[in-house]
Design a protein around this ligand. Structure first.
Ligand SMILES: *Cc1c(COP(=O)(O)O)cnc(C)c1O
Length: 340
């Protein structure tokens, strides 16, 4: 028996891509599949996204790009973070990857996108450097698309000013949030990650933007026991039963990506919402039950009514960090792909 199962619905990925394309009304959509497709599996999701109309793929690193190239011989693949030295640049060139470049030194023989800093204050040039030989795109990134619309609009305007004199180069600044809610940010292409996987970049209910979560994470009750008043479960005795209390032990913990700060969040046991109680251990956590349930009862950790947004709120983080923290390696979990 697997400790947990990660089920990815590629049908949902495809529907999310189509939803984004409708919102983009003519601009291209490039699917961002860095960090193993936000924990969903980069190659599977890239294939589904391309099949649904995405026209490019984005990753963070050259090794991620090389791995994808092996699966997708002709897809356009952009590496968004600075390449790690000349050896990576040569490998990228040989594999036909495109590189984002954030300084005035433009490598030879490889197609590049100049990264402009319009207000994010991270990697980026303050203006377009010439000559633009080898340059195929101009890009930037919004710092506040989910929090400060006025600043986002200023960045979009700055990007327009910086890039207006360069027709023929592909301009792109929008990520998921821009694609969904800032029409002025669409330009020629949008680099969408989170929304492709069906989550809201605004930390809201995904259905509000017509999105459908593609990941379901499920485990089971590996043991069920009755705590007597005064007995506790877990490190530090953070949960002490005040009355006779049934608890179930779920064989998933923070080493699997069920974070230590998720104590108190809701999961679904036999379809009903139940709280995680006590300290989350490395390899297990406890849920409070309202009655005795059989060992093997399914526990849904994510998806099917268990929202990543609620987990993120409880943990004081964002869904991006939760998803990329899930360990989908075969030693920890079974990964299955469906196509509904
Ligand atoms: C990760 C990333 C994206 C995708 O952002 P989402 O909010 O997940 O759509 C786009 N552009 C850059 C530069 C990124 O690093």
């Amino acid at each position: 028996m697997y400790r947990s199962e990660l089920r990815i619905d590629l049908g949902a990925v495809r529907r999310n891509v189509r939803t984004l394309l409708r919102s983009l009304s003519g601009a291209q959509l490039w699917a961002v599949v860095k960090a193993d497709g936000y924990g969903h599996g980069a190659a599977d999701c890239a294939g589904a996204a391309l099949g649904a109309g995405a026209t490019g793929l984005c990753v963070a690193t050259v090794p991620e790009g090389l791995a994808l190239r092996a699966e997708f011989p002709v897809a356009r693949i952009l590496v968004m973070s600075p390449a790690g030295g000349s050896r990576e640049i040569v490998a990228a060139r040989d594999a036909g990857l495109e590189l984002a470049v954030a300084d005035a030194e433009i490598p030879e023989g490889v197609r590049v996108h100049l990264k402009l800093d319009t207000g994010m204050g991270r990697f980026g040039l303050s203006e377009v450097v010439t000559p633009t030989r080898n340059v195929v795109g101009l890009m930037s990134h919004l710092a506040t698309a989910d929090s400060d619309a006025a600043f986002a609009e200023r960045q979009i305007e700055r990007f327009r000013e910086l890039t207006d004199g360069h027709p023929g180069l592909t301009r792109h600044i929008a990520a998921s949030a821009g694609a969904l809610r800032y029409p002025a940010s669409h330009f020629d292409a949008a680099r969408c990650g989170l929304a492709v996987y069906g989550l809201s970049p605004f930390g809201e209910e995904p259905a509000r933007d017509g999105l459908e979560p593609a990941l379901r994470w499920e485990s089971y009750l590996a043991q069920v026991k009755l705590l007597q008043p005064g007995e506790s479960t877990g490190y530090g005795r953070r949960f002490v039963a005040g009355r006779p209390t049934w608890i179930g032990l779920v064989p998933v913990g923070y080493a699997d990506g069920f974070r230590r700060d998720l104590t108190g969040t809701a999961v679904r046991v036999a379809g009903e919402p139940r709280r995680a109680v006590g300290t989350v251990s490395m390899d297990s956590f406890a849920v409070e039950l309202d009655r005795e349930l059989p060992v093997g009862t399914p526990v849904v950790l994510l998806g099917s009514g268990v929202s990543a947004e609620e987990h993120a709120r409880v943990a004081g983080t964002i869904t991006y960090e939760l998803l990329t923290g899930i360990d989908s390696s075969p030693e920890r979990a079974r990964r299955t792909v469906t196509d509904a």
